[in-house]
Design a protein around this ligand. Structure first.
Ligand code: PEP
Ligand code: MG
Length: 584
């Protein structure tokens, strides 16, 4: 096979080398995960049992057919029984479990997708329509399987197979991404998504190379193709030659050596050459991420995206995490950080992070009932979370961060609910930090332009640049078709960023950045020159940002900063930024 290269949007750093692991867009939405070698036969059995049960179900329906039932109905059942017995449906998925280690649902769906694609090519209308029958049969089997989901324990930890595999998909849902975390794949390639889509965020926080927004990679790449992801350049090399493979292996080991060198800085505080300390914190999605944060030498957690606790709930008794379950997770994060502050953001669902229980149809998700808007419309759900966060604050320093605030009444309502949660806990004699700092995410342009509304009522601010850019430039952060317009160096963004830090400084309210700009090494000098002293980022990026801080002399940056902020020419801004790199 001839080698070819595909271009996409780089979303994390590094190089990954491995075989393609295709995640077909399934019409049927199922869980995707890999089963460990020793569980393969149990998984095969699970699928065989489900198929046998559907056979029985079909027979029972046959037996119960009323005398006067139309003959087509019987024929229809026969067709389904025939399909179910066909080795293409009953045997091929078993092979997929054995060879690719897919879970039963995934194996069945990927085989059905394969068959459906073949049916699409058939000229004969009647035969082509049998595709629907196959899908219906598969749905029946899936129903039985989901009833028995988690009957087989998932593979835990790194699986030898997954360690060399690169997931290739049209898109990966945040829920699937949470599954893949545990399977430790080597890299991710998706057709859709942008710089700050949530797939990108998770892969960055796992420190796994990923390229998104590739257009049609999942159609051009085939199962088991060798791939190289160069995520710094945003390219994927398909079927590389041995020579190219060797070059990349060499670069990969170079990067590894560099990483090892940087890890020596773990205990060094991030202080510029002229003595200004920059606090570097970590963004986490789950409590277990605190281990990476500590490893990277983070001075705390600047953003705990609590919504990930609310996603991917299969296998849990409740569709939403209970107060106790949330409390346990927040407490685990607090104790994991060993006395360093943990900023827990309240639920930010909606847009590209849908909640499974919500059947709410949103017209324009990014502009709809998202984050605090959703929480205020579901006060019971919000109260449960507030209580859990407050309870965790008895175990170490916790800050509470509210996403997507834009209106004064949202601030007031949030604060009133926090007061109510505190009163409830006090009445119940449950401990919490009565002085817990409450902060606002500044991520809607309206918020950035009305900071005085925030500074009086809140204790700190944290800028969500991912959304701030999305809403300022009117670019959907998850849409690869407009990803080239998503520009953190747009003069409007730079002006806003400077304005926020200056206003916050004047009002003497601490301000940090927890969006993607904080972990972008191209921008480190620019941001600290503007006056930012707290940056929160994926732990994997922290060491190199620290290195940049250590190499910076702030007093040299003031003149270049002024020139950048005076320019409204994107090309010139880039040149000036490069000059700032030289200025040290
Ligand atoms: C942001 O918007 O920059 C942010 C940090 O929040 P999220 O990416 O989770 O929306
Ligand atoms: Mg946001």
């Amino acid at each position: 096979m001839a080698s070819f290269t595909l271009q996409g949007i780089p979303v994390s750093r590094g190089i990954a080398i491995g075989r393609a692991h295709l995640l077909r867009p399934a019409a049927l939405d199922v869980q995707h995960y890999l089963v460990a070698q020793e569980q393969v036969e149990a998984e095969v059995l699970r699928l065989q049992d489900a198929i046998a049960q559907v056979h029985k179900e079909l027979q029972a329906i046959w037996a119960d057919l009323p005398q006067d039932a139309p003959t087509e109905l019987g024929a229809f059942l026969d067709v389904h029984a025939l399909i179910l017995s066909d080795p293409m449906v009953s045997e091929a998925p078993l092979d997929i479990i054995r060879t690719r280690h897919y879970n039963a649902e995934w194996a069945l769906v990927s085989q059905v997708d394969e068959l459906s694609a073949q049916f699409d090519e058939i000229e004969d209308d009647y035969l082509r329509e049998r595709k629907a029958d196959i899908q219906q049969v598969a749905e029946r089997v899936l129903k039985v399987l989901t009833g028995s989901a988690n009957a087989v324990p998932r593979s835990d930890g790194i699986d030898e197979r997954s360690a060399n595999m690169i997931v290739v998909a049209r898109d990966i849902s945040p829920a699937d991404m949470m599954q893949f975390r545990d399977d430790a794949f080597t890299g991710f390639v998706t057709d859709e998504g942008g710089q700050n889509s949530h797939t990108a965020i998770v892969s960055r926080s796992l420190g796994i190379p990923a390229v998104v927004g590739m257009g049609n990679a999942s159609r051009l790449i085939e199962q088991d193709d060798w791939l190289i992801i160069d995520s710094d350049a945003g390219v994927v090399i398909v079927a590389p030659t041995t020579q190219v493979l060797d070059q990349y292996r060499e670069r990969q080991s170079q990067l590894l050596r560099q990483k090892k060198k940087l890890s020596k800085l773990k205990k060094t505080p991030a202080i510029t050459q002229d003595g200004v300390e920059i606090k570097l914190l970590a963004n986490i999605e789950l409590p277990e991420d605190t281990a990476h944060a500590m490893d990277a030498g983070a001075s705390g957690v600047g953003l705990f995206r609590s919504e990930f606790l609310f996603m991917e709930r299969s296998g849990h008794e409740h569709k939403l995490p209970t107060e106790d379950e949330q409390f346990a997770a927040y407490k685990a994060a607090v104790t994991g950080m060993k006395g360093r502050p943990v900023t827990i953001r309240t639920l930010d669902v909606g847009a590209d992070k849908p909640l499974e229980v919500s059947d709410h149809q949103i017209l324009n998700p990014a502009l709809g009932l998202r984050a605090i808007r959703y929480c205020l419309s579901e006060p019971q759900l919000f109260m449960t979370q507030l209580r859990a966060i407050l309870r965790a604050s008895a175990f170490g320093p916790v800050k509470m961060l509210i996403p997507m605030l834009a209106h004064s009444m949202e601030i007031e309502q949030s604060l009133a609910l926090i007061t109510q949660a505190k009163a409830e806990l006090s009445a119940e004699g449950i401990a919490f930090d009565a002085a817990i700092p409450v902060g606002a995410m500044i991520e809607i342009p309206a918020a950035a332009l009305s900071l005085p509304m925030f500074v009086k009522k809140l204790d700190f601010l944290s800028i969500g640049t991912n959304d701030l850019i999305q809403y300022t430039l009117a670019i959907d952060r998850a849409d690869h078709e407009v990803a080239h317009l998503y520009d953190d160096l747009h003069p409007a963004i730079l002006q806003l960023m400077q304005m926020i830090v200056s206003t916050a400084d004047k009002a003497e309210i601490p301000v940090s950045i927890c969006g993607g700009m904080a972990g972008d090494i191209r921008l480190t000098r620019l941001l600290i020159a503007m006056g930012y002293r707290e940056l929160s980022m994926p732990a994997a990026l922290l060491p190199e940002i620290k290195q940049a801080v250590l190499n910076t002399r702030l007093e040299n940056l003031q003149a270049p900063l002024k020139r950048i902020l005076r320019s409204f020419d994107p090309l010139q801004i880039r040149e000036l930024l490069a000059a700032m790199e030289q200025a040290g």
